[in-house]
Design a protein around this ligand. Structure first.
Ligand SMILES: Nc1ncnc2c1ncn2[C@@H]1O[C@H](COP(=O)(O)OP(=O)(O)OP(=O)(O)O)[C@@H](O)[C@H]1O
Length: 831
């Protein structure tokens, strides 16, 4: 018998991470929570309202009584406060007088009145969540004007030598600056003050050119009634507004120097830059809100009384840089600016004693048995080392020189028998190391809580595109993968081994890391009960077919339609990427964020779409090829455009995981399966049948196989998370996938459309598609702010009226009328 020499037994216990200190992140979360409580907002808002009113009265009162109060304020520090207070004439007493003295007398004079206005607007926003005027922009304007008014009044006070009487009106700032400048440039002061105002207008309103206004060169045309059609066109063009930009940046009110221009549609030129169409407007009305609106003064010399009233389009390109300078980077999260990410507190904090408890005796006994067993088969060992994982302990052995690895592998069953434990897995050799690994399940295993992984730095600081926590490795490291890189995941496992928990963990990771504007989930659940809790995320994270009532797809027929609809979405996205000259979604979105892609050309921020199928076997049984083909197609092509698939099954047999599907899912994950054959089907190797269940799993990616313990997330934790997200303000509806007309038909036939009973928005929709030369439902939906169904009905009516062509799959419908004037005639005839 060969002698066994164990030179050194190293038993390493993984270090416990120190208990986490309350971090800065936790503090931020608390502050976020504070402001997510509407009662706090209301209280703070009302306090701010009172403050703004107080400032206003104090300032106005000071403008009139300030001079008398000045002596009281100076005396306040030398005489008892009560007496001084009684002498104060300010409506808000001594405190009001003092604050006003600083803001009005020392700084801005009359301009200080801007301050209570800013406070009032901010208070309305905090208390009622509404912006009477866009806060940031108005604040900038008011601050400038406060300073400028102080400067102008300072100049007037200086040149009229009335500082004794009127110094309060200009404030110290305006006066002193004028005094300083007067010594240097004398009368040039006023030119400088005027120039300051000019600079402000140029930058604030993004003025790029000064054109000669029409009233300088020709007499004003005599008033003449406009034909009805012209008015209609005008109204509906005005209704067609930029979707988002105006919400952030409102229009300047028209001034005397800037006759209002009505903004027609804004298509893009060949270079993808935005074009603004201006129409002469004879009835001055408030200017439309700007998206790409430029400060342009129209020359209407070509419009004479006799000329037919045809809208004249003046095309003014707005460069990407202008847009970027005016609006900054596009921020998709502004769709839901108040969205709060779910917090760690929603997850259960399990006590420490749930950690793996492997005693020294257990380790020693296992080691002795391994050594003994191997000895029985004539295998000698140089060295053995144990690493305790959450579920299993890995014994790494270095066999003596000359021992064949295949020999050890063939003894797998015997060693397992000797160790009297299920789930022995032998890894011979350990990849990248010259050792052989024997994994032995722990008697008491550790339950890896989802909270422990979600709060780990590895996850919180992770910057992957789609980070998913998969579990803990054998050496207790948290394993986070990037679903975007995987790029799809196939999951298998016999029933009750942890698949559903695994899917929940994956979804939780994504929801914890992504804003609803960045991620959409398509959930397919033929078992009908597994994913129901996620229903509450419908208006935040879910995507569905336009005509579908349920956000979670359970019906096989609908699954087929959804998969095909995703294929259309994929094709649409490829077209957008091609048009933008980008290779993948990340590049495309970066370009869009930098405002280098025009929404008018159909470009939009593209969220990631993750399709989750819980139970492929069911679908393959009922729909076979109808399901297999779109899944394979998506898996093959969709990686670059941000559509990722996670497909789970409890039956990893070859008629479910077909060659076609398998070939396109490089990353595969297996929980415990019932046979070695199943393990081979999913992982191309045995081992998964040896797992010990309850989330014990093997991940195969890039030809490596890693054993992981999946974290545990309970149903009530999922419920808490979904409530937390679902109770926040979301989108109006789930993300609409493109319509797909299956065999059963999805869009109504032309003959069903009753043109006598047209939608009230019919004319507007017609003008929109003609101006854009794009017959797309989503264009109508976006621009006219309609639901998908109504926009779909409108496009059917437009088709029936011969304005757009028939449905063409992923492409927008052809528009059959090119000239807006022809359209007006057609509409008139219809009316
Ligand atoms: N990661 C885990 N940690 C601890 N226990 C787990 C883990 N995953 C699953 N379990 C236990 O196993 C049970 C079954 O898990 P799960 O429902 O996920 O199985 P499944 O594979 O989805 O089964 P089915 O296919 O029948 O739906 C859970 O109720 C839980 O008690």
């Amino acid at each position: 018998m060969a002698s066994t020499t164990v030179k050194q037994n190293t038993i390493r216990r993984p270090e416990r991470p120190p208990k986490e200190e309350p971090t800065k992140q936790a503090w931020t979360l608390n502050v976020d929570r504070l402001f997510s409580d509407k009662r706090n907002n209301l209280t703070l808002g009302v306090l701010m309202l009172l403050l703004s009113a107080g400032l206003f009265f104090a300032f106005v009162s000071y403008l009139f009584n300030g001079q008398e109060d000045q002596s009281t304020i100076h005396a306040a520090f030398h005489t008892p406060l009560r007496e001084t207070g009684e002498e104060t004439r300010n409506l808000l007493g001594l405190v009001g007088a003092y604050i006003a003295h600083v803001f009005v007398f020392r700084w801005f004079g009359l301009g200080a009145l801007g301050l209570p206005v800013i406070a009032f607007l901010a208070a309305c926003k905090v208390a009622f969540g509404t912006e009477l005027l866009p806060l940031r922009r108005t604040t900038k304007a008011i601050l400038f004007l406060s300073f400028w008014v102080s400067l102008l009044l300072g100049y007037i006070v200086l040149v009229t030598d009335t500082v004794q009487d009127y110094s309060i009106w200009c404030g110290g700032l305006g006066y002193e600056l004028n005094v300083a400048l007067y010594g240097l440039i004398g009368w040039g002061n006023i030119a400088l003050i005027g120039f300051l105002l000019f600079c402000f207008i140029v930058f604030f309103f993004n003025v790029t050119s000064l054109r000669r206004p029409s009233w300088m060169s020709m007499p004003a045309p005599s008033p003449r009634p406009k034909p009805a059609a012209y008015n209609d066109v005008q109204d509906s063009y005005d209704a067609i507004e930029e979707d988002r930009l105006p919400e952030q940046e409102p229009a300047p009110e028209p001034t005397a120097e800037t006759p209002p221009v009505s903004k027609a549609a804004a298509p893009a030129d060949e270079n993808g830059r935005e074009l603004t169409l201006h129409m002469p407007d004879r009835n001055p009305r408030p200017a439309p809100k700007p998206g790409s609106l430029t400060f342009t003064i129209e020359d209407t010399t070509h419009v004479t009384d006799d000329a037919p009233v045809t809208p004249v389009f003046d095309i003014e390109p707005v460069s990407d840089e202008d847009l970027l300078n005016t609006h900054g980077l596009y921020d998709p999260t502004l769709d839901l600016p108040r969205y709060q990410f779910p917090t760690a507190e929603l997850l259960t904090d399990y006590p420490e004693n749930q950690k793996a408890q492997v005693s020294a005796d257990e380790l020693e006994a296992n080691k002795d048995r391994i050594v003994e067993t191997l000895q029985n088969y004539g295998i000698t060992i140089d060295h053995i080392k144990a690493t305790i994982g959450p579920t299993v302990t890995l014994y790494e052995i270095v066999p003596s020189a000359g021992v064949r690895i295949s020999k050890i592998k063939s003894l797998e069953d015997d060693i397992a028998l000797n160790l009297a434990a299920l789930g022995i897995r032998i890894i011979a050799p350990m990849p990248g190391k010259g050792t052989i690994g024997i994994e032995v399940p722990n008697k008491n295993r550790e339950m890896v809580s989802i909270r422990s992984v979600m709060t780990s730095e590895k996850f919180t600081k992770n910057t992957y595109e789609l980070p998913v926590v998969l579990g803990k490795t054998i050496s207790n490291e948290i394993y986070v993968a990037d679903l975007a890189k995987m790029p799809h995941l196939l999951m298998a496992g016999a029933t009750g081994q942890g698949k559903s928990v695994g899917l929940n963990v994956l979804l939780t990771s994504l929801i914890y890391k992504k804003h609803p504007s960045q991620l959409k989930l398509v959930l397919v659940d033929p078992k009908k009960v597994e994913l129901t809790l996620f229903n509450k995320l419908e208006r935040h994270f879910l995507a569905k077919l336009p005509d579908s009532d349920e956000a979670i797809i359970t019906d096989t027929k609908k699954v087929v339609n959804t998969l095909n609809s995703l294929c259309i979405e994929m094709d649409n996205r490829y077209n957008l990427l091609k048009d933008a000259g980008c290779r993948n979604l990340k590049e495309y979105n970066t370009k869009f964020v930098q405002r280098r892609l025009s929404p008018e050309k159909g470009h939009r921020f593209l969220p990631y779409i993750v399709l989750i199928v819980d139970e492929l076997a069911d679908l393959m049984m009922t729909a076979g090829k109808e399901v297999e083909q779109p899944i394979a197609r998506l898996a093959q092509l969709a990686r670059a455009i941000g559509i990722h698939l996670v497909v789970a099954t409890q039956r990893p047999s070859v008629n479910v995981i077909t060659g076609l599907i398998k070939a396109n899912f490089p990353a595969r994950l297996s929980f415990k399966v019932t046979s070695k054959i199943d393990s081979r089907t999913i992982l191309d190797t045995g081992g998964a049948e040896q797992l010990v269940g309850m989330g014990d799993m093997l991940l195969s990616s890039n030809s490596d196989i890693i054993r992981l313990q999946c974290p545990f997330v309970d149903t009530n934790e999922i419920e808490e998370i979904c409530d937390f997200v679902g109770n926040q303000r979301g989108y109006d509806a789930a993300y609409a996938l493109p319509e797909f007309v299956g065999d059963d038909g999805g869009v109504s036939d032309e003959k069903d459309v009753d043109l006598e009973n047209r939608d009230p928005m019919f004319d507007e929709a017609a003008r929109l598609v003609v101006i854009h030369q794009q017959g797309s439902t989503s264009l109508i939906q976006r621009r006219l702010k309609l639901g998908y169904n109504r926009a779909g009905r409108l496009i059917d009516q437009l088709e029936a009226a011969g304005i757009v062509g028939p449905f063409e799959g992923s492409k927008a419908r052809e528009v059959l009328i090119q000239d807006p004037q022809d359209l007006e005639e057609r509409l008139k005839a219809m009316n």
